[in-house]
Design a protein around this ligand. Sequence first.
Ligand code: NA7
Length: 542
Amino acid sequence: MKSGTADVDVVVVGAGFGGLAMLYRLRESGYSIQGVEVGDGVGGTWFWNRYPGARVDVQSVEYSLSLSREVQDEWTWTELMAPQEELERYVNFVADRLDLRRNIKFNTQVTAMTWDEASATWLVETAQGDQWRARFVVTAVGCLSAPLEPAIEGLHSFAGVSLYTNRFPKEGFDFTGKRTAIIGTGSSGVQATPVVARQAEHLYVFQRSAAYTMPAGNRPWRPGEFEALRADYDAIRAVQFASPLGAARFGAVAIGDFRTPPPKILETPREERFARLERDGWLAATAFAWADAAIDIEANRAAQELYAEMIRREVKDPETAAALVPHYPMGCKRPIIDIGYFETFNRDNVTLVDLRKGAIRRVTPEGIETEQGFFPLDVIVYATGFDAMTGALNRIDIRGRDGALMRETWLAEGPRTYLGLMVAGFPNLFTITGPGSPSVLTNMVSSIEQHSQWIVDCLDHLREARRRTIEAEPQAQEDWVAHVATLAEGGVRVHESCTSWYLGANVPGKVRVYMPYAGGLNVYRDRCDEIAKAGYAGFTLA
Ligand code: NA7
């Protein structure tokens, strides 16, 4: 399929789930492909985030690729929600079983992509000096892959060991006998805390915003359970792909359980709310459990009261329990599931440092100085998050028509895409799980499968219709950006007190725009399919 001046039909950037799915589908459809990956192995998120306790929050049978029957039939998951090691093994298995490694150049960082009008190709350049001319580029660079170094004075002056959850050493780290700090209580900090606490001499958890987290309910399979699930995969996929989240379950909980239908908390007398708490435990203390909790801020506060009660039941020290209660709306950030997070604060060797009572001033060679005092340390673990959804793309010089630099608009106005798949002015460039698509609000693997299938179908269409280029129309893009904003409007997700990475609020100076599409993966999939059926409405094909 190589044609004209191009070295290759498609360059795929990234070799996580998205890159591998894309490479496989493209190769199956007869395109010449070149994968590029900055790491020295496949796995993306599961290659980099190898901190202790790292684990997926969707059940493994659903957090897996359906695109190859062999992969699906031959792989065995060992527990409900796989840990990082197992996920990394799985992604390696996929790469080997589908023979994808030979198409990927590892240890190679894409730095620039430049559209050439005359030849209708992209020039892809890397920090290692590679250059490829490609007819199409697909970015599969991840939504949570551009690490954010916190702006803390003196960070590099620390004389002990500094570790980052999102770049954790492959060989692991032994915390035994170490006075350790974890900074950050998002999913990474919350997952790492119980594991590090079991090893460290003392663990200080530095919390800027408290977490909404609940027990994962993870467990190994019962005898025969996985085999039965594997035999039923067609039915599982059907339910999964028809659901708004691309998963039938979140953690151990069937999402259907929330739909029975949930009552409004503000219409439920207080005693009944607490009676439900007795019956359903943590589940009653989530935004899913009440019809009005994600929409009405008063209802949200009522649900928070139940959450605070659950924490008080777990954490013995009343002051620590109170400090673990969030001050922002439930459901505005991605919910977290954990294994033993709150119980960890009952340990003698664990201290919660509530930064709301006095912020970090600086890191010194000996430890962390805060407004509440000094903490001498041997190790600091930064679990401080990512420049989410746009960071990885903005770090590449992507120049489209007339030399326009993509990040210039995105940094000034927030990301602008059509369907989260293409950007006006950047023909033949597809963004897997790009901003404006459901991505991080769903099971990522389901979203990746939908995008990679849609993209390869689109390329097949261009091939059959003998078209060289496809590009989002500016008006279609503007309408889509407005539609994505409308879907998030009014609820807790965009409430002024919400500081989520969905809004870019964790990155100083980042434009506050709600980036993912909140209408559900099932609805989104139908929309993408209708658009394709209508001859790629909103796109210009030339
Ligand atoms: P998150 O969810 O962005 O969490 C980062 C945490 O680090 C969060 O608690 C932040 O507080 C905290 N943070 C960031 N900078 C600082 C500074 N300077 N001082 C103190 N605390 C800080 O990242 P994760 O890696 O945990 O999880 C990302 C996603 O991966 C997760 O949602 C899952 O989808 C998987 P803040 O809340 O901003 O006040």
